[in-house]
Design a protein around this ligand. Structure first.
Ligand code: HEC
Ligand code: HEC
Length: 245
């Protein structure tokens, strides 16, 4: 059982970034170099190939994700302390889209960039399908939702969040858009702020739709939105897992 120790390490406020970042960054570097070398040979052939997700193959591919996404309450400390997002129960297409965004640098989070760098189209499809199915049939998280305050209603209306993120912010109108309901409030806040940030090599997300959204709000308004969205019942889960089995 390594989990409690890892959690304590990650919680330490003195760490400059994710506890595992240096070794991951190193691994990502060599992986990136390798993919640079083979890129010319493979991308032309694979770019438009049909990719069929393979749930069996996914099991080995998610082994390295579990150390963060499979531990309830696991915290990252970059760019500020927040819980690692829940991805079990998320849409497969959105998981793939966000991994592509880290790989291309449209999302700048250094750890996730390093993790996404070596993934192939097939890897991402396998991982997306795995996490979409993961946690189905588990008892739902206890709902905390109460009716939104007038202030929250006004913010939700101003951003028209449900027009894209769907009913209860849990049924996006397009599978490449995320489910938000019940996601960790501190993560939602960090994510929303990231869409406001430009020209920073370490922090920021360049998605144009959400940049337009996030820039309409002040930090305290984003915090209010994040807190409300996190209280909603939804499909997202953190499913505890053994690292190896
Ligand atoms: C060292 C901890 C760590 C590991 C290991 C890790 N992640 Fe992450 N992951 C994070 C953090 C922190 C974020 C939030 C990044 C941000 O703010 O953009 C994240 C974000 C994500 C997101 C975006 C979620 C969303 O709602 O937009 C996906 C998808 C994801 N990770 C998948 C994976 C997969 C797949 C693996 C394994 C191949 C993995 N992660 C391994 C820490 C980790
Ligand atoms: C026009 C469609 C649209 C509207 C309106 C919209 N969103 Fe989004 N939202 C998206 C898309 C697309 C993404 C994925 C962006 C990416 O790839 O980073 C997203 C991503 C997000 C994320 C990041 C989720 C994660 O897991 O990292 C949050 C948080 C979010 N939206 C909150 C909101 C809130 C709150 C509102 C209302 C104030 C809103 N959105 C309105 C389309 C929309």
């Amino acid at each position: 059982m390594k989990a409690p120790h890892m959690t304590r390490v990650a919680l330490s406020p003195r760490r400059g970034s994710d506890a595992t970042a240096p070794s991951l960054r190193q691994a990502a570097w060599s992986a990136a170099l390798i993919s640079l070398v083979v890129a010319g040979a493979t991308t032309a052939g694979l770019a438009h190939a049909e990719v069929t997700p393979n749930l069996e193959a996914a099991k080995a591919k998610v082994a390295m994700c579990i150390g963060c996404h499979g531990i309830p309450g696991y915290q990252a400390s970059f760019p500020e302390v927040h819980k690692v997002p829940m991805i079990s129960g998320q849409n497969a297409k959105y998981i793939v889209a966000s991994l592509v965004a880290y790989q291309k640098g449209e999302r700048k989070h250094p750890t996730m960039k390093g993790i996404a760098a070596p993934l192939s189209e097939q890897d991402m499809a396998d991982i997306g399908a795995y996490y979409e199915a993961h946690g189905k049939g588990l008892p739902p998280r206890p709902a905390q939702a109460s009716a939104p305050s007038a202030a929250v209603q006004a913010l939700l209306g101003k951003g028209n969040c449900a027009a894209c993120h769907g009913e209860g912010l849990n049924k996006p109108i397009d599978a490449s858009y995320p489910k938000l309901a019940g996601q960790h409030a501190d993560y939602l806040y960090v994510a929303l702020k990231a869409y406001q940030i430009e020209h920073n090599p370490q922090v920021g997300r360049s998605n144009a739709i959400m940049a337009g959204q996030a820039r309409m709000f002040k930090p305290e308004e984003l915090k209010l939105l994040a807190k409300y969205v996190a209280s909603l019942p939804g499909d997202l889960q953190t499913v505890p897992q053994q690292r190896f089995r």
